[in-house]
Design a protein around this ligand. Structure first.
Ligand code: ACO
Length: 436
């Protein structure tokens, strides 16, 4: 919302006024869209630490207070009282579904859950050790070859077409994820079932087989719902910004989400959940104590990280990590699992939270720290952890892609740079070649 305030910049002896805006939670922004036009200079902001790239009505996040809300609803409330598919509906459509809408949404998710049979053959072409995130991104982009009707991110595309593409993606990505797991363990694919709800259907596709049915335990179902809800959106993070940036070239939804999946894969972002378990395994294998590992991290001066710790925005305990930690205790207890990784993770947290290095830098456990322990308990291998994150984040990506498309300020995203290379120079005599 515009305010009466302005921010004044003095530059090379001249002053310039820039409008000041506030959001509905009173965050303040200085609108510098005319900065270059007025001053000839661009803003330089590595990592976009201070840069807002859009206005958004989807997610509110306060990193100092540890607040996260989707469309106004606190995540704690949603994790306790909703199912993932309802939260997905909320994010994508801006409001909670009523009973009819919930039933319709479930029916649509069922209707679109099958993959085209030809896509099944793609899975056989990947090498045995292919990372499931590579397969997931390629398969999601491939959906655009089977459903080319949404091949362009056209402003005039009817809402109905967008909604069908969104529903298709929500439903099929779950099937793709489960198939990529089955391929990795050499088992036959299990098809989606219309009598099962979203999360139960996914677990069934992952863990049942023609020779063995899978008992869906309510504790596992609840833990999975909570995990997916907590990952469902997180405003303008790296992968969501990738979706928006790629989408800003009017790229279709499938390809834009494919870009988001690739960005999420990175170990500094969603890939951190796999790195946490790698790190705990390394500590166990090295024979070092947890304290020694923490000391190594500190003395490496940024060379070695405590994965699952730290966040660009949260400068307090990540509210999602709190809920996940409690859910982790519950699910391990219910399944009667005693995982030494959990003990090690808790020891690591307790050492780090008392250490000046982590305290002074506001480094707290993030969403990725305990999620892997739950996935392990459910039976999901670590290579699939980031795929699980992507499944959860999908409604957020869809909602953000849709919002950017509908934004009256929609613009191709194209940052500037400060060129620091050589000044103009010509090819020297000795460097010339006439070979073609
Ligand atoms: N372990 C050890 N030191 C850390 C960690 C960590 N996990 N995170 C930050 N630091 C240190 C940095 O070395 C730096 O120290 P310095 O001031 O002495 O140079 C200081 O804390 C500030 O860190 P920055 O790198 O400036 O923080 P930034 O906001 O850029 O990084 C990030 C955030 C990338 C998440 C970082 O904390 C990190 O790498 N964490 C580990 C990976 C991880 O868990 N990622 C998942 C994040 S949640 C998500 O994306 C889903």
């Amino acid at each position: 919302m515009p305010t009466n305030e302005t921010a004044t910049l003095t530059f090379r002896g001249k002053t310039f006024d820039f409008p000041v805006l506030t959001g509905t939670e009173n965050e303040v922004a200085i609108d510098i869209s005319k900065l270059r036009k007025h001053t000839g200079a661009v803003a330089l902001d590595y990592g976009y630490v201070n840069t807002g790239a859009c206005k958004s009505a989807i997610t509110y996040l306060d990193g100092e207070q540890g607040i996260l809300r989707y469309r106004g609803y606190p995540v704690e409330d949603l994790a306790q009282n909703s199912r993932f598919v309802e939260v997905a509906y909320l994010l994508i459509n801006g409001r909670m579904p009523d009973k009819n809408e919930r039933e319709q949404w479930s029916a649509l998710l069922n209707r679109h859950s099958m993959m085209h049979e030809d896509m099944r053959h793609f899975f056989y072409s990947y090498p045995e050790r292919a990372h499931p995130m590579a397969i997931l991104s390629a398969m999601v982009v491939s959906l655009s070859t089977f459903y080319p009707e949404l091949s362009q991110h056209r402003p005039e595309e009817p809402d109905e077409a967008i909604n069908i593409a969104a529903t298709r993606l929500m439903s099929k990505m779950r099937t793709i994820a489960a198939f990529s797991y089955k391929k990795s363990i050499g088992e036959p694919f299990v098809y989606p079932r219309h009598d099962l709800k979203y999360c139960a259907n996914f677990l069934n596709m992952m863990f049942s087989s023609p020779v063995c049915s899978y008992e869906i335990k309510p504790e596992v179902l609840q833990a999975l719902n909570i995990l997916l809800i907590l990952h469902a959106d997180h405003e303008q993070n790296c992968s969501t910004s990738a979706v928006r940036l790629v989408g800003s070239a009017r790229v279709n939804l499938y390809a834009s989400v494919g870009a988001g999946i690739c960005a999420l894969w990175g170990p500094l972002h969603g890939g951190a959940n796999q790195m946490v378990i790698n790190m705990l395994e390394d500590i166990a294998a090295s024979g070092k104590s947890v304290q020694q590992y923490v000391d190594d991290v500190k003395s490496s001066k940024g060379g070695k990280l405590l994965y699952g710790f730290g966040h660009r925005v949260y400068k307090t305990y990540d509210p999602r990590a709190k809920i996940i930690k409690a859910s982790c205790d519950r699910v391990l207890k219910a399944l009667k699992i005693n995982d030494p990784m959990l003990d090690m993770a808790q020891e690591l947290e307790s050492i780090a939270m008392r250490d000046e290095y982590f305290i002074s830098r506001n480094l707290y456990p993030n969403v990725d720290f305990y999620s892997g322990i739950i996935y392990r308990a459910i039976g999901i291998p670590k290579e699939m952890f980031t795929v699980m994150f992507a499944l959860g984040r999908l409604p957020g990506w869809i909602a953000q892609w849709k919002e950017s498309r509908e934004d009256p300020m929609f613009k191709l995203q194209r940052p500037r740079q400060i060129y620091i290379g050589p000044n103009v120079r010509m090819v020297k005599e000795a460097e010339r070649t006439s070979e073609l």
